[in-house]
Design a protein around this ligand. Structure first.
Ligand SMILES: Nc1ncnc2c1ncn2[C@@H]1O[C@H](COP(=O)(O)O)[C@@H](O)[C@H]1OP(=O)(O)O
Ligand SMILES: [Mg+2]
Ligand SMILES: [Mg+2]
Ligand SMILES: [Mg+2]
Length: 350
């Protein structure tokens, strides 16, 4: 089966990274939160997760040439002021590797950690194989104690061929706004998909997997929609005018952080995901690579707001027209029409 060993390695890497993130989120100390030059919060867990995933993929797939396009770099950690943080990250990575229980465990030095983080400097592109990683997607949710995801995908000749999405705080039961209250409050989901093979979900750390599908709602009035928790990441007014005014969606928006939205959509918790970043923001491939294959293999479609397929082959940026929209096959035509109308009205009112 193609990509079988890559999928196994990706699941192992992401599961361990999730363990590291859970530990940090539990004991999140103010001193663990730092500011990058773009002012987004970055924590020891973002770096630790990236180092772990990079290290495990290289260890598990030794015969392949390794290319990784990932969000973080080690610049700040190499400064004098980054020493304590680097020591803390190295300790976290080693503790997590030790908890794996394998005999082949070797202790990483701070230099090994820097090298593992910097393996993520690849630019991707349309030739060859590249892993694509967001070590913590939804850092703001992570810091708040809410939803976040570890998102890993494999890009092969310009197409995403597999994706693994760990959502440590996502309930195993449905979170859709139309859902009955569930008696189970167990959290921690691992979604994974291989091209042509469907999407599966299992409990993080569990082994029983279930195939998942997007919902088959064709009446927008019965649909519900996901969007960013952070209004700074996506225009909430525009989503409301599309979903509620144009399509007649009755349920209130489900606002959660990160690609957990793609995971939830892939198992039918809601029918639509709308994302309209503010002007000037450029999407990155690691923010959508794993999520998009998880949704498409579950029967959904992810496109830009003009109806173009998402093109992951152009380097680290994912250039899209106006935004990203995701739904099932039946709702996409009416959603696209509603989006076009709303964008035209917005343009003519400026
Ligand atoms: N100004 C911004 N507009 C849109 N998305 C952003 C912005 N700043 C960061 N992001 C990224 O958007 C994603 C989260 O969006 P949301 O949780 O709202 O879906 C994350 O990938 C986050 O990066 P990061 O990986 O650093 O958290
Ligand atoms: Mg970030
Ligand atoms: Mg992200
Ligand atoms: Mg991130």
């Amino acid at each position: 089966m193609p990509y079988e060993k890559e999928l196994a390695a990706a699941k192992k890497a992401v599961t361990l990274a999730a363990r590291l993130c859970q530990k940090v989120q539990k004991a999140l100390l103010q001193s663990d939160v730092h500011s990058k030059s773009d002012k987004s919060p970055v924590t020891v867990a973002d770096y630790g997760s990236q180092a772990l995933v990079s290290f495990i993929l290289e260890r598990e797939l030794p015969s392949e040439s390794f290319s990784l396009v990932a969000e973080e770099d080690s610049g700040d950690l190499r400064k004098e002021s980054g020493q304590d943080t680097l020591n803390r990250i190295t300790e976290l990575v080693n503790d997590t590797l030790a908890s794996e229980g394998s005999n082949s465990f070797s202790t990483l030095t701070t230099d090994d950690v820097l090298v593992a983080i910097d393996s993520g400097k690849s630019e991707g592109g349309s030739v060859g194989r590249h892993w694509v990683l967001d070590p913590i997607d939804g850092t703001k949710g992570f810091v708040r104690g809410d939803q976040y995801a570890i998102a890993l995908a494999l890009l092969h000749e310009g197409k995403i061929v597999l994706g693994v999405l760990a959502c440590p705080n996502l309930p195993l039961a449905s979170i859709g706004s139309n859902q009955q209250h569930s008696s189970s409050n167990e959290v921690g989901c691992l979604f994974f998909a291989k091209v042509g093979d469907g999407t599966y979900m299992q409990a993080l750390g569990g082994s029983t997997q279930t195939r998942v599908h997007v919902c088959d709602i064709d009446n927008p009035e019965e649909a519900s929609f996901f969007e960013s928790f952070e209004a700074a990441h996506s225009l909430h007014d525009l989503s409301s005018s599309i979903a509620e005014v144009k399509l007649g969606v009755k349920a209130p928006p489900v606002r959660i952080d990160s690609q957990a939205k793609y995971g939830a959509l892939s198992r039918g918790d809601g029918a639509i995901y709308l994302r309209f970043p503010h002007r000037g923001y450029r999407e990155k491939i690691w923010d959508h690579a794993a999520g998009s294959i998880v949704v498409t293999e579950a029967g959904g479609i992810a496109m830009d707001a003009a109806g173009n397929p998402l093109d992951f082959s152009k380097g680290k940026f994912l250039d899209v027209v106006s935004g990203i929209i995701v739904t099932n096959q039946k709702l996409m035509p009416s959603l696209l029409t509603a989006v076009k109308e709303a964008l035209n009205e917005k343009a003519s009112s400026l």
